[in-house]
Design a protein around this ligand. Sequence first.
Ligand code: AMP
Ligand code: ZN
Length: 112
Amino acid sequence: MSCLFCKIVEGAIPSTPVYQDPLCYAFADIHPQAPVHVLVVPREHIASMIETDQSDQALLGHLLLAAAEIARNKGLGDGYRIVVNTGNDGGQTVDHLHLHLLGGRAMTWPPG
Ligand code: AMP
Ligand code: ZN
C-alpha cells in the first residue's frame, strides 16, 4: 500500500499520536497551521469524501465525534474548526480521507 496515511496508521511512517481507537487514528499535522492542528483519519483506506456513501455513515459520524473529543481534551472550549479538504478543487493533497482539527487561535472566513 503506497498511501502515506495508511503507512502512518500502520506505524511504518512515524507520527505523533494524539488519539486512537479501533476505527480511527489521530496524529499531529507535520506542518501545523494553528497551535492545535490534528489529523483524524479512518484506519480503513477511503480516498476522500467523493468515495463515501451511506455505508460510511457510522464511520463518518465517529470521525467527527473523535475530533470533538480531541478538541475537549485539548481545551478548545472557545471553539475550533474541522476541515475536510476534498479532491482537487478542495485542495486535498493526501488521498486518504482526513479531518483537520484546527484550534488555539481565532479562525478567519472565507477560506482561501
Ligand atoms: P490535505 O491538504 O487536506 O490533503 O492535508 C494533508 C495534510 O497532511 C497537510 O496538512 C500536511 O501538512 C499533512 N501531512 C503530510 N505529511 C504528513 C506526515 N508525514 N505527518 C503528519 N502530517 C502530514
Ligand atoms: Zn490510505
